[in-house]
Design a binder for this molecule. Structure first.
Ligand code: PLP
Length: 458
């Protein structure tokens, strides 16, 4: 009864992010009630393994008492402190220092915001300011990568390269440009690593040449493209792109909103290739989803350029909740958990997850298995040789998500028939094995699905 009324209230009043409003009204909300570790319980009492850590954010797992306590203590002591007017609070100061100490190279200055989208939009503002400060205001063209996701705020949504974030919104802006993705499984140059890297390098050079290299302000990448379908670049891709940017004097931005905080193994995925971006964005795992927070890391040269240019004048960028002390207290405690064993466990379980999913490659519906650490995907096809995607008319995203749910598993189910995995780093051997076993069951059931059989026979 209670759930029914919630479903009805939700239908009438709550607008869900990135949803078909009418589609959601028709399907109705699934209400989650509680969660602990890697297990979520819904309002009907069904336990599910959260193979996607909420929205690839609950890296530490749900329900850590020490995190709850850190938030409660901070709320009791100092529930809010502005960072405006030269004011501050201990938790955000300590968090900035702790993150600077751990970040790659001299990414030593940290601006805190509320999530990934405003982190990306903050970088756009800082970058425009940077090039004005350098006396090159005409460097106002931004490049990102097809299939990329950089949030849905009004500027970053145009760096995002997924049509649903553009259609009807008048995006991308005319200063936002794309180069093709490395997407190894479907890359026109084939799946050879060196060829993929060479193609991306020449695409970036060509795009810069087309725009005029002296017009290009910045190039944005995700170390692994998340929302585009968990697309993993070949080893050496990030480094090669970083080198082109250094050579052409283009700022290189690593968007680590998904990949940071142990998702791929280390604290920051840039460490996987020894990259130091000029700016870096994080969110999600920063607070493990307990409270909202994002951050922009700035290298010394970026910070000093802004600081010297502004002099005594304020740099007009800030939010009421920049460096919120409660979020910072949570992030400090979450960082302790990561370094107290969760990163290590995540690395072990990441290897187990990758091996387990690789074991599904022989399934008739699995065209590709890819990933790194606790970030992975399987791409479903109806013809392995032709790499035929599941027909959109069968609504693979909802069909597969529902089937996984009925089998006690939460995964990201992408529109084109891709399952995305990003389990909490606290998963046990048994939970990882269950994620793989339940996935196989979902695949087997899908193979028996009359509508899928029809397509397979055709
Ligand atoms: N950048 C990347 C790479 C992301 O994956 C996301 C969210 O998934 C964002 C930015 C936006 O973050 P948020 O949803 O916290 O605004």
């Amino acid at each position: 009864m209670l759930t029914n009324s919630l479903v009805e209230l939700d239908r009438r009043h709550l607008i869900h992010p990135v949803s078909s409003f009418h589609g959601h009204e028709a399907r109705g909300v699934r209400v989650l009630k509680s969660a602990h570790g890697a297990t979520v319980t819904d309002s009907e009492g069904r336990d599910l393994i959260d193979g996607f850590a909420g929205l690839w954010c609950v890296n530490a797992g749900y329900g850590h008492e020490t995190v709850v306590e850190a938030a409660a203590t901070q709320m009791r002591d100092l529930s809010y402190a502005t960072g405006y007017f030269d004011l501050g609070a201990e938790a955000p100061i300590r968090l900035a220092a702790d993150l600077a100490e751990r970040s790659p190279g001299d990414l030593d200055h940290v601006y805190f915001c509320l999530g990934g989208s405003d982190a990306v939009d903050s970088t756009i503002r800082f970058i425009r300011y940077y090039w004005h400060a350098k006396g090159e205001p005409s460097r106002d063209q931004f490049i990102s990568v097809e299939q990329g996701y950089h949030g849905s705020a009004s500027a970053g949504a145009g760096l995002t390269a997924l049509p649903v974030f553009h259609d009807g919104f008048g995006l991308p802006h005319d200063w936002q440009h794309k180069i093709p993705s490395h997407y190894a499984y479907r890359n026109p140059v084939g799946c050879d690593d060196a060829a993929i890297i060479a193609a991306s390098v020449s695409a970036l050079r060509a795009k810069a040449e087309e725009l005029g290299p002296e017009r290009v302000a910045a190039f944005y990448v995700e170390p692994i493209q998340g929302s585009g379908g968990v697309l993993v670049p070949p080893t050496g891709w990030m480094k090669a792109m970083r080198e082109v940017c250094t050579e052409l004097d283009i700022l290189f931005i690593a968007d680590e909103v998904i990949t940071a905080f142990g998702r791929t193994g280390p604290l920051f995925a840039c460490e996987d290739e020894g990259i130091v971006p000029d700016l870096m964005t994080v969110a999600k795992g920063l607070t493990s989803g307990y409270v909202p927070m994002g951050a922009v890391f700035m290298r010394e040269h970026v910070y000093q350029t802004l600081a010297e240019s502004a002099g005594k004048k304020a740099i007009g960028h800030g939010f009421t909740y920049s460096a919120h002390p409660v979020s910072a207290a949570v992030a400090l405690q979450v960082l302790k958990l990561y370094e107290g064993g969760l990163l290590e466990n995540g690395r072990r379980q990441g290897a187990r997850l990758q091996a387990g999913l690789a074991g599904l490659a022989d399934h008739p519906l699995v065209g590709d298995v890819r990933g790194r650490g606790m970030l992975a995907a399987i791409e479903l096809v109806t013809d392995k040789e032709k790499k035929t995607t599941l027909p959109a008319s069968l609504d693979p995203a909802n069909r597969l998500f529902d089937r996984a749910w009925e089998n006690g598993l939460i995964v990201r189910s992408f529109a084109q028939g891709i399952f995305g995995y990003a389990p909490p780093l606290c998963c046990t051997d048994g939970e990882i094995d269950e994620i793989v076993a339940r996935t196989r069951k979902v695949l087997d059931l899908t193979l028996e699905d009359p509508e899928i059989r029809e397509v397979l026979r055709a």
